[in-house]
Design a binder for this molecule. Structure first.
Ligand SMILES: CC(C)(COP(=O)(O)OP(=O)(O)OC[C@H]1O[C@@H](n2cnc3c(N)ncnc32)[C@H](O)[C@@H]1OP(=O)(O)O)[C@@H](O)C(=O)NCCC(=O)NCCS
Length: 139
């Protein structure tokens, strides 16, 4: 698996791998912007983009994985874990953060497996589905 910074010509494939971007312009715009800003990284298998992660540093000056997405047909093969480890390698802060909805059990399970711990919860983002924040000390 190749893990590298996303390029402009990856945008279409990133949107195709993202079940939300497929029919949501807002997500497509987020992907385009992330690629332009250099915060998006892709996982490539057999020359196909199978997932991506966005790592930003605007969260209290800390690295924050704001999006992790693996195409539905490529899940449970280690792609998500590899993208998180790649983002950790690029993270400029000593602790890296991310978040997910309380309803998202796959992401919580992945983060627990990778040694992340629950850092706090924020209500009132998605009604009835609190946002759980996780972090891991890198150095
Ligand atoms: C969450 C997500 C990124 C996981 O990606 P993935 O490539 O399937 O994850 P991996 O194969 O690397 O899984 C690593 C570990 O995470 C856990 N895990 C992943 N998916 C799981 C699931 N559906 N159920 C339970 N545990 C799961 C397991 O411990 C797994 O290890 P194992 O396969 O050896 O048991 C993927 O399901 C996804 O893209 N979901 C939609 C987008 C999303 O919710 N993103 C997160 C919020 S931004």
């Amino acid at each position: 698996m190749d893990l590298r910074q996303a390029r402009d010509d990856d945008v279409a494939a990133m949107c195709a791998a993202d079940h939300i971007a497929v029919d949501q312009e807002e997500r497509q715009g987020f992907i385009r912007r992330s690629v332009r800003e250099g915060t998006a990284n892709v996982a490539v298998l057999d020359r196909t983009v199978v997932g991506y992660a966005v790592l930003e540093h605007s969260f209290f000056g800390r690295g924050f994985i704001s999006m992790l997405m693996v195409g539905p047909t490529h899940r449970r093969r280690g792609v998500g874990a590899a993208l998180v480890r790649h983002a950790e390698g690029l993270c400029k802060s000593e602790r890296i953060f991310t978040s997910t909805n309380q309803s998202n059990l796959p992401m919580q399970s992945l983060l627990q497996k990778l040694g992340y711990r629950h850092s706090g919860t924020i209500e009132d983002l998605d009604p009835g589905d609190p946002e759980l924040f996780y972090s891991r000390q890198l150095r």
